[in-house]
Design a protein around this ligand. Structure first.
Ligand code: AMP
Ligand code: FES
Ligand code: ZN
Length: 309
């Protein structure tokens, strides 16, 4: 297969775009497309301070690489979750994230859950109801809370995560299976700033996971290959496999599923429900972040329970 731009040897074929590209043209294409999406969706400007949440995986490290290459002011945030039984998942992802930042002289914030709150995700998974039912949900709550906290405390304008199209399509599939209008309404590549919560953006929302893996590989980015041990056998992994089967049968299906959802939402699908479902928000008396709870937010409640034990 030939590169569509230069006629050289293609290293990747993107069937949904009917396009193969060589190494250099693919890297350039992906960076330019990211810039286009950032501008078109009004995610942020060169004058704004971006906090990139980096997990040590291919997507978030690639995102950081792209933003810095494009000239954006992007610092990193790594949250040490303490998931170290077995393969030492957290320690290894932290090592790779630090190596990436050091090699490029980039600023990296590190939040250590154990140091900050005296607990970690495996403990939450054992000792709290939310953790026992769904460790990834407890972990997600922690990550969101800490990302918001660092963005607010250090005055970042915007928080960027490495979610790609496969992640977004799997979330959409899950929300659609349950017709979860509340979540469908809030699923978007940009969530505007509200009451002190930084704007949240997903600049990689249009790229397939395999494209991000190819980018990381071609750019020589060292990232953690292993999945988080808690994610093994999760429903989102299963949904991704289902969507890939669909994609194999009909190239572009995954992309259409997600982009047509965004288009439908823009036209007003789900709009009527907004009135009932946007809950009234309060400030948590303990951490000062927004919450729909009357008293402390679910993060502070969970932490209090586990710290008592
Ligand atoms: P996940 O929830 O693991 O699918 O990750 C989605 C995004 O959340 C990643 O692309 C990162 O931007 C961010 N993220 C995940 N884990 C961490 C972490 N330990 N520290 C900072 N950011 C993270
Ligand atoms: Fe949070 Fe796996 S990274 S449970
Ligand atoms: Zn709180």
């Amino acid at each position: 297969m030939k590169c569509k731009k230069c006629g050289g040897k293609a290293v990747i074929n993107m069937r949904q775009h009917n396009m193969g590209l060589c190494k250099d043209d693919f890297i350039q294409w992906l960076q330019e497309q990211t810039q286009r999406h950032i501008e078109k969706q009004k995610m942020f400007t060169l004058a704004e301070k971006v906090l990139v949440a980096v997990s040590g995986g291919k997507d978030s490290l690639a995102l950081w690489d792209i933003l810095v290459t494009l000239g954006y002011q992007a610092d990193g945030l790594y949250i040490a979750l303490g998931i170290d039984e077995g393969i030492g998942y957290s320690a290894e992802s932290q090592r790779l994230t630090e190596a990436f930042a050091n090699a490029r002289d980039l600023k990296l914030h590190i939040v250590n859950l154990a140091g900050e709150y005296g607990t970690d995700v495996p403990t939450l998974a054992k000792q709290t109801k939310r953790g026992r039912d769904k460790p990834c949900s407890a972990c997600g709550l922690v990550k969101r809370h800490e990302m918001n906290r660092i963005a607010r405390d250090f005055g970042y304008d915007v928080l960027a995560t490495g979610h790609n199209l496969d992640d977004e399509a799997a979330t959409l599939f899950s929300n659609t299976l349950q017709w979860n209008g509340d979540y469908l309404l809030r699923q978007a590549p940009v969530l505007e700033e509200r009451n002190g919560l930084a704007r949240k953006v997903k600049p990689l929302f249009r790229f397939y996971e395999r494209e991000m893996a190819a980018y990381a590989l071609l750019r020589g980015i060292e990232y953690i290959y292993d999945e988080c041990p808690f994610a093994e056998g999760s429903t989102s992994t299963y949904y991704k496999e289902l969507l890939n089967q669909l994609e194999n049968q009909s190239p572009g299906a995954k992309q259409h599923f997600y982009t047509k959802f965004l288009a439908a939402k823009k036209k007003g699908l789900f709009a009527e429900s907004t009135v009932e479902i946007i809950p009234e928000l309060h400030l948590c008396p303990k951490c000062g972040q927004l919450t729909s709870a009357r008293a402390e937010c679910s993060f502070c409640k969970m932490m209090e329970r586990v710290q008592k034990k």
